[in-house]
Design a protein around this ligand. Structure first.
Ligand code: ADP
Length: 479
């Protein structure tokens, strides 16, 4: 990775320097000449279009000064009508009338315009040869450009506009530039390599170290620490990875606890069931309803545990669909409480008020109430009382379940909703639980978009509550 970033920057610098050389040294001459050629052609067109103008002479003067272009305007006989000199030894000003007349004819034969470029020296004794302005090309000599164009004046007379411009050799300039470019290139390459090195370290290094740490994490070591120096994004990435590692560690921890708890929870009732069954088989006098009840209770405990695990995993997998309907929540809570009626030593009270209807999944909401009441019964104090309250406010119904137990420490109030979490890690037989009940409550209420929470005071008791939106009972008739 580091090497790739480095190579990328090195290639980038090389291409940049090569482009600089190409344009500044190799193509400078070509560009310059192309510009000059365009210039003389456009000047010639401009003069032709103002051939009738009274200020033609001034225009020729301006061209001479601004563009260093000499000009002659003559007729078919070679009589000069206008003439302007801009450079010494101008080729066209050495032409006599006969030569001019020849150029006129040549231009006419050439379709009305004529353009020629040749080294200056060869034109010392310029004559029109073989119907062309012949020359021998020699490098590094200034080049002369001749442009001839025929134009018809408004009085019908055809005139020749003959221009002469000199292209100075750029060899010396190129030599200077070449020397400068050698220095610039060397500096550029050095700077480029340095930058490439620094950048590759700054980007590549932290990513490599994150990658190495991620491999350690993938191998199952959740204590790994992701360190991302350098750019903000890398910092954020390492923070996110650290958070993910922390969460994974937490889940693994909770799962380990769960396995320990579940195996304990499974083993205890199973031992009791087997023990009591064996006693009843071997000792006929022990075949009492109390002993049978113990076996039934323990079997129930087992099935609750298995059901909790299954419910939560189904809810998590999202395979249980929501089956909403409008139902009487008050009635539903009441009917759940009747199931506890045989627990005569507990005092369960429900302050309901008027019946309230909600639009929700009745079975799932019953499970919420069931889990909350079960917890309250499990954790309530020696007076064994559990109080349920229903209150309605601004289109919302709140069901709260209070007990008189030991309460939950404030700092643990957030954690109890987590899967497998148990405040009391020491396994008391009386407080058997899977740590899944509240996670199931949370998931079901989240699915309904309902609010929920807990208030607890140590030594006084806890109140768990949830809220759902109320609806009119007759909306039950809705299709
Ligand atoms: P469990 O099956 O262990 O009760 P829950 O998810 O229902 O699992 O509850 C998680 C933990 O929250 C419990 O282990 C218990 O420590 C604490 N808790 C839940 N309800 C109460 C309550 N009414 N009073 C005191 N502690 C409670």
């Amino acid at each position: 990775m580091q090497w790739k970033v480095f190579a990328f920057f090195a290639v980038f610098t090389a291409v940049f320097v090569a482009l600089l050389w190409l344009f500044q040294v190799v193509l400078l001459d070509t560009f310059y000449k192309a510009i000059k050629v365009n210039e003389i052609k456009s000047v010639s067109n401009a003069i032709c279009s103002s051939i009738n103008s009274s200020s033609l002479q001034e225009e020729l003067q301006r061209v001479a000064v601004d563009n260093q272009i000499c000009s002659i305007v003559c007729d078919g006989q070679g009589n000069r009508l206008y003439s302007e000199t801009a450079v010494p030894n101008c080729v066209i000003h050495r032409l006599n009338s006969w030569d001019l007349a020849m150029v006129y004819t040549l231009t006419a034969q050439n379709g009305g315009s004529y353009f020629e470029r040749f080294p200056q020296e060869t034109r010392q004794s310029f004559t029109v040869l073989d119907n062309s302005l012949a020359f021998v090309h020699r490098q590094e000599s200034p080049e002369v450009m001749i442009s001839a164009q025929l134009v018809t004046r408004s009085d019908g007379k055809q005139l020749l506009v003959l221009l002469n411009s000199v292209i100075s050799p750029v060899g010396a300039t190129v030599d200077t530039l070449r020397y400068q470019l050698i220095v610039v290139s060397a500096v550029m390459i050095l700077l480029g390599l340095l930058l490439a090195f620094l950048l590759s370290r700054r980007i590549g290094r932290p990513i490599e170290s994150l990658n190495a740490a991620a491999k350690v994490l993938a191998a199952g070591d959740y204590d790994v620490n992701f360190e991302g120096e350098g750019y903000r994004e890398v910092h954020e990435l390492s923070d996110t990875l650290n958070y993910a590692a922390h969460e994974l560690a937490k889940t693994e921890h909770l799962q380990r606890d769960l396995i320990a708890n579940i195996s304990h929870d499974l083993r205890t009732p199973l031992t009791l069931i087997t023990g009591y069954a064996e006693v009843m088989r071997d000792l006929p006098g022990e075949n009492t309803p109390e002993n049978v009840q113990i076996i039934i209770d323990e079997a129930t405990r087992l099935s609750t545990l298995v059901n909790d695990v299954l419910d939560l995993s189904k809810l998590q997998a999202g395979v249980v669909p929501m089956e909403r309907s409008v139902f009487n929540l008050t009635e539903s809570v009441r009917s759940i409480l009747t199931r506890y009626s045989k627990l005569t030593d507990y005092h369960i009270v429900f302050y309901a008020g008027d019946d309230v209807f909600v639009d929700a999944d009745e079975l799932k909401i019953s499970q919420v109430v069931y889990n909350l009441v079960n917890n309250a019964l499990t954790y309530t104090g020696p007076d064994k009382s559990v109080t349920l309250r229903q209150s309605v406010d601004e289109g919302k119904v709140r069901i709260s379940v209070s007990d008189t137990g030991e309460g939950i420490p404030q700092e643990k109030l957030d954690d109890i909703w987590e899967r497998y979490y148990k405040v009391d890690k020491e396994h008391k037989r009386a407080q058997v639980g899977t740590g899944l009940g509240l996670a199931i409550v949370k998931m079901i209420l989240d699915m309904h978009g309902g609010e929920y929470g807990v208030r607890s005071q140590e030594g006084v008791g806890s109140t768990f509550w949830f809220e759902l939106g109320t609806v009119e009972p007759d909306s039950a008739a809705k299709p």
